[in-house]
Design a protein around this ligand. Structure first.
Ligand code: SIN
Length: 497
């Protein structure tokens, strides 16, 4: 379905080139790829289809900029990030329009993402001047030992399409605060938001070569390999699937890079009998259907205890019936399209598989061809079992499967029965249970009586096959720093004279 795309207030934010060494450039090959609006299928524009030779130029620019940028004081780096933050907020409406255009999420959600994304710049503008080392009492008499934290060097950043602004700011913010320079590969599906952010970085006076944004769609594997195998790049931060993370890790082995990976999840969302039903339903709606289920921390397996099961399923499905699905630009729309047809196929497969094994669809369950080929009805299925595909695979779409459980012990065992461990949620009013279950869940992040945990001040990351490293918070900057220890000998002499 066609809809009108509101024009940008500042049309110069719509860039169709990559950004290398402070300049807007095409691919050396002259090739480009098309970016489509997931709502209508219409072409938004084109971006350079870069290959390894273009990435080498970006890596060189970042390497050339590093010696001078690493000497920039924390205060100065903080001011640059703050200026970038201010420009993002001044241009929030335009950036939100770009996000909705290329990602499909409703404009109100896109505005929320702009402020979430900008907050990483604000947060790390404040961390930049606070990178401290230690003074250590030495064992050897006369020695003086201290540590300094140094930027790791040139960083390669690879980000996904589900948060076109926030995933990139969450990596560039701490990288710059630490004094690193970066080569960031923007997502092939959503490169225009990243390009607009690069334009704002330019306006914020961030020196040339410090930030380089490279683009590719078909060549993404080649670009990933160029980044991971480069001996100039010292660190790679990646957000995406577990399978791609494993490949990037292998490719990074020969150059022993520092890595931080935020990979796939399969979040358990547990509602105990003693939970506040309204709070749990509201939490499940926010957690499962944020970005139409296309986040790594969305509830994937909703476990509800026997005493509250029927009531929860009914109230949850009733709420889902109030959603309005459509183009993200349309007034009142709460949920937009999925990103592409592969996402639709997976979601549909999970629904059909659940139905074929006895799952009952309470609402939704079908594609929405009248709206467009990337639309799927927000869906709630009850009577889920552990044999169904949705129990072991991340759906990454608007399908909520509700499972039944009897005891705390059973549900924690089911929740942990997966290779991944990103986020987990549970709802209970029993304070002792809250501690017990939070400690027992094998995940990197736990939401207790809330379905929304994302916050630039809080460490974001997983365990098991969900990766390692933390983003945001006071810990996020550590991923971009190395520690140098200095021992000074012969320092314990008597006073002279
Ligand atoms: C993600 O889906 O990887 C990130 C979600 C978030 O930051 O909340």
């Amino acid at each position: 379905m066609r809809h009108s795309v509101p024009p940008l207030n500042d049309k110069s934010l719509l860039k169709s080139q990559a950004y290398i060494n402070g300049e807007w450039v095409n691919a050396k090959s002259g090739k480009s790829f098309e970016v489509t609006d997931p709502s209508s299928g219409a072409v938004i524009g084109t971006m350079p289809e870069m290959d390894a030779s273009d990435i080498d130029l970006a890596i060189k620019a970042a390497a050339d900029a590093f010696p001078s940028f690493r000497k920039t004081t924390g205060r100065e780096k903080g001011k640059m990030l703050r200026k970038w933050y201010d420009l993002m907020m001044e241009n929030a409406d335009d950036i939100a329009k770009l996000i909705t255009w290329e990602n499909g999420k409703p404009l109100t959600d896109a505005k929320g993402e702009v402020s979430y994304a900008a907050n990483f710049f604000e947060w790390f503008s404040e961390e930049a001047p606070r990178v401290y080392g230690d003074t250590i009492p030495a064992t050897v008499p006369g020695n003086r030992v201290f540590t300094v934290k140094e930027p790791v060097g040139v960083c390669g950043l690879i980000t996904p399409w589900n948060f076109p602004a926030a995933m990139i700011t969450r990596k560039i913010g701490p990288a710059l605060a630490a004094g690193c320079t970066v080569v960031a590969k923007s997502p092939g599906e959503t490169p225009f938001t990243a390009a607009a952010l690069a334009e704002l970085a330019h306006r914020a006076g961030i020196p040339k070569g410090v930030i380089n944004i490279v683009t590719a769609l078909q060549n993404t594997p080649e670009v990933g390999e160029a980044i991971t195998s480069s001996s100039t790049i010292r660190k790679v931060s990646f957000t995406g699937s577990t399978n791609v993370g494993k490949l990037l890790m292998k490719q990074s082995a020969s150059t022993l890079k520092k890595l931080s990976f935020e990979l796939g999840g399969n979040a358990p969302f547990i509602v105990f009998d003693d939970a506040d039903l309204n709070v749990a339903v509201a939490g499940a709606i926010a957690c499962k259907f944020r970005s139409s289920g296309q986040t790594c921390v969305c509830a994937n397996r909703i476990y509800v205890q026997q005493g509250i099961y029927d009531e929860f399923c009914k109230a949850f499905a009733e709420k889902v019936k109030t959603f309005k699905v459509g183009s993200g630009y349309e007034e009142g729309v709460t949920h937009g399209p999925l990103i592409h047809d592969r996402a639709i196929s997976k979601v549909e497969q999970h629904v059909r598989d659940a139905e074929s094994q006895g799952g009952k669809v309470l609402v939704g369950g079908q594609k929405m061809p009248d709206l467009g080929s990337n639309y799927f009805q927000p869906t709630v299925i009850r009577d889920m079992t552990s044999k169904m595909q949705l129990a072991s695979e991340e759906t990454f779409g608007p399908v909520a499967g509700v499972f039944f459980f009897s005891t705390e012990k059973d549900v924690v065992a089911m929740a942990n029965d997966t290779e991944v461990g990103l986020a987990g949620y549970f709802f209970s009013k029993d304070i002792q249970r809250c501690y017990r279950v939070a400690e027992a869940l094998e995940v990197g992040m736990v939401g207790v009586n809330t379905g929304l945990i994302s916050d630039p001040a809080a460490p974001f990351g997983g365990v098991k096959h969900s990766g390692f490293g933390r983003e945001g918070s006071k810990y996020g900057i550590e991923e971009y720093l190395t520690m140098k220890m200095v021992t000074m000998g012969g320092m314990g002499q008597e006073l002279q004279g």
